[in-house]
Design a protein around this ligand. Structure first.
Ligand code: HSE
Length: 336
């Protein structure tokens, strides 16, 4: 049995969903993979709670849910106000798990990698702006740097582009990568107005804490940038052209519907260009997704068109990608 020490950054909806999966599937992961996970620290915006012997996850969930912040937790645990970078340096762990929204998390991802710690993240901006630096550092140190949940939640598009299609040349990817906009547009199709639809998406935990990034196409732009880095070569979000759905009117949604079409926020990723914009797509097109689904059509020279479709947001759906990466990173650590 290999014991793997996890340092969890972010204990919001996704962080807690990850903790729940680790708790509920503890036995399965021991039996199936020979892995025993020990969460040695948890950080939220109020504090870092650290116990080298491993924390009681059930209790951590209870404290967070009842008091809203980890700093209220005093029983037996040391509570620190480290910055993430200090926490990464101080706390002995095997894998740093980032499920925060910290736009500057690349600094502590790099600190972790330089320290020989693996990183698993669902946080998009570090990759959308610093992909080359982060992946090079991970390669140089020969430590896993995994980010499946940054694009399409647990639907494994990153794995397909990293590990599949080895002999293929990707020609283009067309994809619907943002669930909030799909949710809003499909609710507008049945008569809801924009604001009510957005509120619903927020209630379901699909939208980001600040949903303007979803609505303005920035979230889809981050994801399209990450796909470009994998399919072609590293670029940054500054190279993408992103337009959102803020200007789409109920009238346009209705007219598209009358033509048998639907409006979706479509990302097109080509070697020379990344664009994100609302487009009318036929109702039968793979991109005419519903609810919190995402879809991507990857066109390659050998395979032709490959369609990947599945949940693109949601709590357990995102935890699927994060926990899958924790397992893969642990297996790689075991080999070395
Ligand atoms: N806010 C994102 C979306 C969540 O709506 O797709 C998943 O990244």
């Amino acid at each position: 049995m290999r014991e793997v020490r996890l340092s969890l950054f972010g204990f919001g909806n996704v962080g807690r969903a990850v903790a729940r999966v680790l708790l509920e599937k503890e036995l399965l992961f021991r039996e199936k993979y020979g892995l025993k996970f020990k969460v040695v620290s948890i950080a939220d915006t109020s504090a870092v709670v650290w116990l080298p012997e491993g924390m009681a996850l059930r209790e951590a969930l209870m404290v967070k849910e009842n008091f809203g912040r980890l700093s209220s937790w005093t029983n037996d645990y040391e509570v620190y106000n480290f910055t993430p970078e200090e926490a990464v340096r101080e706390i002995d762990s095997d894998i740093v798990v980032d499920v925060t929204n910290d736009k500057n998390a690349q600094t502590w991802h790099l600190a972790a990698l330089r320290d020989g710690k693996a990183v698993v993240t669902s946080n998009k901006p570090p990759l959308a702006f610093h992909y080359a630096e982060l992946t090079k550092e991970a390669e140089r140190r020969d430590v896993p740097y995994r980010f499946e949940a940054t694009v399409m939640a647990g639907t494994p598009i990153i794995t397909v582009l990293q590990d599949g299609l080895k002999g293929d040349t990707v020609e283009r990817i067309e994809a619907v990568l943002n669930a909030t906009t799909t949710f809003i547009l499909s609710r507008m199709e049945v008569g809801l107005d924009f604001e009510d639809a957005l509120r619903e998406a927020q209630k379901l935990g699909i939208a980001e804490r600040d949903p303007s990034g979803d609505v303005l196409g920035i979230d889809a732009g981050y994801k399209a940038t990450i796909l470009h880095c994998l399919a072609f070569y590293p670029v940054t979000f500054n190279d993408a052209h992103a337009k959102g759905i803020a200007e789409i009117t109920p009238e346009e949604v209705r007219r598209a519907r009358e033509r048998g079409n639907t409006i979706r926020l479509v990302a097109e990723v080509r070697e020379e260009e990344i664009t994100v914009e609302p487009r009318e797509v036929p109702k039968k097109d793979p991109l005419a997704v519903e609810s919190h689904e995402n879809a991507a059509v990857i066109k390659t020279d050998l395979l032709g068109e490959l369609v990947i479709k599945g949940a693109g947001a949601g709590l357990k759906e995102t935890a699927s990608g994060v926990v899958g990466d924790i397992i893969k990173a642990s297996m790689k650590l075991r080999e070395s």
